[in-house]
Design a binder for this molecule. Structure first.
Ligand SMILES: C[S@@+](CC[C@H](N)C(=O)[O-])C[C@H]1O[C@@H](n2cnc3c(N)ncnc32)[C@H](O)[C@@H]1O
Length: 208
């Protein structure tokens, strides 16, 4: 999707993907990543997800990447943190205690900028991207994070029944992106109704 698509969604408040509470699948399965206290968790395409608030409350550090500055400002308001804001190349860096968010195109992020990553949490990130970008995206994640433990949530449904995002991502595709670097385990699958019309299987993957 073009950046403009997402900026318009944010400015019009058309953010049906944003959940008003912490994702129960995160709370149920995150401990399986077996992280040390204080570990730094990367949340690509983070929006203003309350999952970051939960991760911080569990004692983890959070590093995110998000196109929309509006979303990031709202995140810091929710956290009640006054961020320090600086520029890093084409990106803006919003920094507060335990939290670093890079505002701009995730494809402009480098390992040198983002620093150490101990885990990845991908909810509504891979599935937000069309197929050709997902190949670039999974390669980028590996280059940025060096394949640490990851919790990944995908949807699989009949793509001809509905246009994405979210896009349908099959188990086979998850394997294509990550099986070379990870042991991949499905830890939960649930049936969900998307946009009130299409039945999908939401799957939580543990990548270790
Ligand atoms: C479907 S939303 C999911 C947000 C968040 N993960 C959540 O669970 O609420 C996808 C987000 O990715 C952001 N985004 C899309 N393309 C991006 C890119 N190339 N770089 C950084 N962020 C991007 C959008 O602005 C949007 O907030």
């Amino acid at each position: 999707m073009e950046a403009e698509f997402w900026h318009e969604r944010w400015s019009r408040g058309e953010i049906g993907f944003h959940q008003g509470e912490v994702n129960p699948l995160l709370a149920a399965h995150f401990e399986q990543l077996a992280l040390e206290p204080g570990s730094r968790v990367f949340i690509p395409l983070c929006g203003k997800s309350l999952d970051m608030v939960w991760l911080l409350a569990q004692g983890y550090q959070v590093v995110g990447a998000e196109l929309s500055e509006l979303a990031v400002r709202e995140l810091f308001e929710t956290l009640d943190i006054q961020p320090e804001i600086s520029s890093v190349g084409s990106l803006k860096h919003y920094q507060g205690e335990g939290v670093d968010i890079y505002v701009g195109d995730i494809f402009d992020l480098t390992r040198g900028v983002i620093g150490q990553v101990d885990a990845v949490y991908d909810r509504a990130a891979m599935v937000a991207l069309p197929r050709e970008l997902r190949v670039r995206y999974s390669s980028l994640l590996l280059a940025l994070s060096y394949a640490p433990p990851q919790l990944l949530i995908t949807y699989e449904y009949d793509q001809s029944a509905m246009a994405g995002p979210p896009f349908s991502v099959s188990a086979e595709e998850v394997n294509q992106h990550y099986s070379y670097h990870y042991q991949i385990t499905c830890v939960e699958s649930v049936e969900v109704l998307m946009k009130g019309k299409v039945t999908a299987i939401e799957t939580v993957w543990l990548l270790m």
